[in-house]
Design a protein around this ligand. Structure first.
Ligand SMILES: *Cc1c(COP(=O)(O)O)cnc(C)c1O
Length: 360
């Protein structure tokens, strides 16, 4: 069931037992599914995300992670509100694109893709533009692997009493985040990233008191976050439309495996070790990382092409023959490729990868 390791930031390599969990059929109307699986997942997600679980609630939504980002922006921001999108990569920019589709009042603050977001610049902007009501930012910008300074950003946004929306798609479950402590209002992630499930749905963890005020804001039926939440609450785990039952069952298994590993702190430690082994090994072969170590996340790492005549497609194919699948780069300023550290992968896998690259 594993022809090669996916060293990609989702879909990623999943365990045998997560795949096995998909081997039965579930009825979306039956309590075995709603109460026994969906409600358990919603409760566990809130507990993972917040030290004050009573203040938060979780909504699961069909589709990939972007569907949840769109559902959140489209269901929580009113025509009279103003959204500040802070972007230092493709996923930040995508939030600006979504805001334009919905004709929201949107301000975009751009940073270089090779830079971290700067909380002081957000502070200046909020002082100069008091009409801003919501701020959205990406935690780990998967475009490069940069980890934005979420604590500093959250402190500024909260000091100005704005609603904070965080795309923690590629970090949640792999990097500790306490929504209550930081004051995050909406946090978005998906099944196929650090929780190590398979793709098919995403989830939003929301401050209950804010989500309760969002009835009727959505401009899309299928992406109405409030309505999805209300149905799940009242129906005790019922989804409005067909849910990806097998994927959801696999996700419950993935959550159990996260707990068995020792929770987010232990998983973070493993990802950091994966990253350390990878980077030390690659540096010993002469490869250079795009980002300075202080900004680098343990999620995914960008490397410069080692030479002008480097042929990525050839490199990719040869590594695939050795059973490792890596990722092309995604930025315009430099020629890079990316290697993911997340999934059911371990430091020894990265030692083998480095050996394989050495022997190419
Ligand atoms: C993966 C990812 C997304 C969502 O991408 P989809 O292709 O829609 O699943 C959004 N933001 C970030 C930071 C991501 O890493």
């Amino acid at each position: 069931m594993r022809p090669y390791l996916l060293l990609t930031p989702g879909p990623l390599t999943t365990s045998e037992s997560v795949k096995q969990a998909m081997m039965s059929d579930w009825c979306t109307w039956d309590k075995d599914y709603n109460l026994g699986i969906v409600e358990v997942i919603r409760k566990q997600l809130v507990e993972l995300a917040s030290s004050q679980p009573d203040e938060y609630t979780a909504v699961l939504m069909q589709g990939s992670g972007t569907f949840c980002v769109e559902a959140t922006l489209g269901s929580t921001i009113r025509p009279e509100d103003h959204l500040l999108v802070v972007a230092n990569g493709a996923y930040g920019k995508r939030m600006g694109v979504i805001a334009n589709y919905y004709r929201l009042n949107c301000h975009v603050m751009n940073f270089e893709e090779t830079e971290r977001v700067n909380a002081e610049r957000i502070e200046e902007y909020l002082k100069a533009n008091p009409e801003v009501s919501h701020v959205s930012v990406v935690h780990c910008e998967t475009t490069t692997g940069v980890l934005n300074p979420l604590e500093e950003i959250a402190a500024v946004v909260k000091r100005h009493s704005k609603t904070l929306i965080v795309d923690a798609m590629s970090s949640f479950g792999g990097v500790p985040i306490d929504m209550a402590k930081l004051g995050i209002d909406f946090l978005i992630s998906s099944a196929n990233k650090c929780i190590q499930g398979v793709p098919g749905f995403g989830f939003v963890i929301a401050r209950k008191s804010l989500l309760q005020q969002c009835k009727g804001i959505a401009r899309s039926l299928s992406l109405d976050l409030y309505d999805q939440w209300e149905t799940m609450e009242k129906g005790h785990g019922k989804w409005r439309f067909t849910s990806p039952t097998h994927v959801v069952r696999a996700f419950m298994q993935a959550l159990k495996e996260l707990q068995d590993e020792g929770g987010v702190a232990a998983r973070h430690k493993r990802y950091c070790e994966n990253h350390r082994v990878l980077v030390e090994g690659m540096r010993s072969l002469g490869y250079k990382t795009l980002l300075p170590d202080e900004w680098q996340s343990p999620i995914i790492t960008s490397f410069y092409y080692p030479s002008q005549d480097f042929d990525f497609n050839d490199f990719y194919q040869k590594l695939k023959e050795k059973e490792f699948v890596i990722y092309p780069g995604k930025i315009s300023q430099a020629d890079t490729f990316r290697i993911g550290n997340i999934g059911d992968v371990f430091p020894d896998d990265f030692r083998r990868l480095v050996d394989a690259i050495r022997n190419l």
